[in-house]
Design a protein around this ligand. Sequence first.
Ligand code: FAD
Length: 317
Amino acid sequence: MSILIYAESAEGKFKKVAFELASYAKKVAESIGTTVTAVTINTNDVSELSKYGVDKVLKVTNEKLSGFSAKAYADVIKQAAQKESSKIILLSSTTDSIYLSPLVAVSLEAGFASNVVGLPTSNSPFQVRRNAFSNKAFNITEIETDIKVLGLAKNSYGIFENASTLTEEEFNPTIGENDFGIKVESVEKGSGKVSIADADIVVSGGRGLKGPENWAMIEELASVLGAATACSKPVSDLDWRPHSEHVGQTGKPVAANLYIAIGISGAIQHIAGINSSKVKLVINIDPEAPFFKVADYGVVGDAFDVVPRLIEKLKAF
Ligand code: FAD
């Protein structure tokens, strides 16, 4: 009765969330005296999972699964869970996993809790802590079903090394033609070098930057920091930046270690999407800007003065 995780990858390589999920699963497994199995889909080298405590990998390699298909992927995870007699199935909170988790839960007649933060607060009854109201509150949720599916909030637990001896097994689940009702045919990549979902640092610009011609300094700052670039909604609505960079309640969620907001007022809809970030640095000319209320560090100043100086200092570092 292993704990099962779905270790996500992109283009054959693990996403960072896979290691966070493995670290989390290992801790839960230790608390209930069991092991961790990961199911992977078209991942080239799975050995890295042994660093984070995974004991066994069910490795699925199948050309049919080269593009994401929620129903087919959910079927794979379900069959892996049945093979391992898993009672706890863990997924992340990426766009794919948010789609998959309820499908997996329904197919296994399992209870499902999304947005889980922290380790279970109790194993019997099984209770977890969850984010609620765009991270403004937490609740403790009890899952009463025998099988439990959890969606771990991104960047909420961390990545911890905990070496294990890994067994790899080729796994060939049955995939029906009906599993491909909806299939992603192509993926258009955003403009940034680093994806917002995987970034440790995100540099985000708002309408305070006046126009698209001023984004060179945002890109330069992001490049110096190895960060992803993002923007507020009006900026993408105005076509200053691509929609793939829009973050907030109606855009992409951000759970970075450092979120740098430049010329962004801090409207509630923006904050709702970036609030899970650990440290928030705000640069704004207006000392009354609402963003300062949630900032860990704030610089009251003109972005056109502050950002170039920040880049200069960082380059000299
Ligand atoms: P502004 O509100 O115009 O703020 C610009 C800021 O730049 C100001 O604080 C100003 O002081 C500062 N500034 C000006 N000049 C300088 C300078 N030289 N240097 C430094 N600072 C300067 N918004 C999102 O971002 N994401 C969402 O997902 C989202 N969803 C929404 C959903 C709904 C249903 C609704 C109604 C709104 C949503 N919005 C969202 C819009 C949101 O309410 C705000 O209008 C938006 O976030 C404001 O963007 P902004 O801060 O870039 O622009």
